[in-house]
Design a protein around this ligand. Sequence first.
Ligand SMILES: C[S@@+](CC[C@H](N)C(=O)[O-])C[C@H]1O[C@@H](n2cnc3c(N)ncnc32)[C@H](O)[C@@H]1O
Length: 284
Amino acid sequence: MTDCVEVSCELPVEAEELLPEILGQLTVLGAHLGDAVGTAVALRVYIDGDRAGEPARLQAALAGAGARRIEVRVLESQDWLAGYRESARPFAAGRSWWIDPHPDAPTAAPIGRRRLAIEPRTAFGSGSHESTRLVLAALEALSVRDKSVLDIGTGSGILAIAADRLGARPVVAFDVDREAIWVARRTAIEQDWLARPLLFAGPIAAVGRYEFDVVLCNMITEHFRPLLPDIRRVLAPTGFAVLSGMLETELADVSSVLRGVGLDVRDQRRSGEWLSLTAVRDDG
Ligand SMILES: C[S@@+](CC[C@H](N)C(=O)[O-])C[C@H]1O[C@@H](n2cnc3c(N)ncnc32)[C@H](O)[C@@H]1O
């Protein structure tokens, strides 16, 4: 199985400004621009390996922009999920979702349900875990149409794609795991509609001073706890933060940390031992 093609080159510094136009024509999974060395920068672009012709088009465009030492390398994916993928069946989640693990052999959603094509890949977020399902249910309850949504730790991109499906605009999603962002980009282009979450690999600091109407964060308590002051910072005054991935036994502790950063819990959901909380700013 070919998952990804890496095209690397040395690009003249003055050609950097052409990159948005060049890359905008392709299914880019990720790109990395190194520091300038002399008059050139090292560029690596990763393209979906299933898109025939794209590596050659990129090579030609880069050559046209003056790039040198252009190299193309196929990155073979370790497909350790192949067996699981084959056996996976579509399933209903929440009141209105239909999670279909087979983008290439779609199963129509039952009436009243919205299909999300989520092929199980290396990033967390196939939709089968309770913590993900709790956020999918919370999203149904919030009116996110035309609201801005930030998805922290997007993994497979499932929550960002679900928010996009509900009409949220813009949807920004990121993960500290670069590979997760490749998976999320790929998953986004497999939907039945033009899903457009803005995806990036990096830390929450990269969100800068923007504020969001809805902030989603599904990760274990140990991971989201240090992010709470930032979550409060990027939450709009009348916004909602949905935090999932904690165990019921952690509720008292998490609630007190939330109060400490200026967030009030307004709602909670449970599934088995898992819990999600919806919180607002205490000045909201
Ligand atoms: C449990 S997965 C959730 C994936 C998906 N959002 C879902 O709900 O199914 C948590 C994700 O958070 C990411 N993560 C962990 N710490 C992070 C941090 N400090 N900033 C951004 N992402 C982080 C992990 O790489 C992982 O992809």
